[in-house]
Ligand binder design. Structure first.
Ligand code: DAH
Length: 329
């Protein structure tokens, strides 16, 4: 009995000193396992007289139960400790600012196109995109541009073969739409155009918005009215606008429009005119009944003037410092 009490004390100290669940397991196996100390005590009981056997087996069992419950208590303590340690290690500082995804925005050219589109849609125009790969007929022939015209030169035009090319102007859409629709016609055609040119004011790809009105009695005043209305809306009504006589094969009465920039220098932003009777003839519209006016706006130039950008190439260099400036427009 004395030995048992001593043993019990030793086990209690062992349990108390154990620092890990593995150590605790070893203690359990050592004392309570099949080859453990308690089993050997129980085995020894058989040599005792019946009354003592009874008495001791009760005491041994009590002690055994006590040790089991102490081991379990210690195990719970260790589990809690391990968990607390882990929680402390993995603490999240919720006051730290999170990683943000930068918000993008539309490209300034897209913003200008959307703005202009919105203006003309309000006036009852419809907007249509056309093919960028065009043929000679729609880009040149039907627009009254003769075979020997310098614009056709391979220095300016990107040809695929004898017939197909990258359109050099959105005016090709005038032909496509006049062949498809019956007057009255009121359309705009935004999109990319291509010319073999590269410097501070030219890129091989740029954007235009073409406008076309076909109706009875369309004249130059109608054209001027709409251009003024549009430019005042886009630049504000203090802008200085200059109509300059010009020449295009597909218009008779042709003009170019300049905007005077911040430095007093005129910058050409669009071409326009009264559609040539030959063009109407090519699309089977009777020029004795109908007349038409058209315009082609240079999107890059408009955007440059609006924001004071001096090099057209900055639109296409994908420099995030440049593009970020158009975020809140
Ligand atoms: N297509 C011409 C160009 O790219 C611009 C233009 C001029 C369009 C006169 C028109 C127009 O519709 O009537 O330079």
């Amino acid at each position: 009995m004395l030995n048992l009490n001593k043993l019990f004390e030793t086990i209690k100290i062992d349990i108390k000193n154990s620092k890990t669940i593995e150590e605790l397991d070893e203690i359990r196996i050592k004392y309570l396992g099949k080859k453990g100390v308690f089993i050997s005590y129980i085995k020894n009981l058989k040599n005792l007289p019946f009354e003592e056997k009874k008495k001791y087996s009760i005491v041994i069992n009590q002690k055994k139960q006590e040790i089991i419950s102490q081991i379990n208590q210690k195990k719970q303590k260790l589990i809690t400790l391990i968990l607390e340690k882990r929680i402390r290690k993995e603490t999240i500082d919720i006051s730290l600012p999170g990683r943000r995804t930068e918000c993008g925005c539309f490209h300034p050219i897209t913003q200008t196109i959307n703005y202009i589109k919105h203006f003309f849609l309000k006036l009852g125009f419809q907007s249509v995109n056309g093919p960028e790969i065009e043929d000679e007929y729609h880009n040149f022939d039907a627009l009254n541009i003769p075979q020997n015209h310098p614009a056709r030169d391979s220095h300016d035009t990107f040809w695929f073969d004898n017939i197909r090319l990258l359109r050099t102007q959105t005016s090709s859409m005038q032909i496509r739409i006049m062949k498809k629709e019956k007057p009255p016609i009121r359309f705009i055609f935004p999109g990319k155009v291509y010319r073999n040119d590269y410097d501070i004011t030219h890129t091989p790809m740029f954007h235009q918005i073409e406008g076309l009105i076909v109706d009875k009695n369309i004249n130059f005043s109608n054209l001027k009215w709409i251009i003024y209305k549009f430019l005042y809306d886009f630049f504000g009504n203090k802008v200085s606008i200059k109509f300059r006589p010009s020449y295009f094969p597909f218009t008779v009465l042709s003009a170019e429009v300049d905007i005077i920039n911040h430095y007093g220098k005129p910058l050409e932003i669009l071409g326009c005119g009264i559609v040539h009777p030959n063009v109407l003839k090519n699309v089977n519209i009777d020029s004795k009944v109908y007349s038409a006016c058209a315009f082609g706006i240079g999107i890059e130039r408009m955007t440059m003037l609006r924001y004071g950008i001096s090099d057209i190439r900055s639109f296409f260099e994908n420099d995030i410092r440049f593009l970020n400036q158009f975020k809140y427009n």
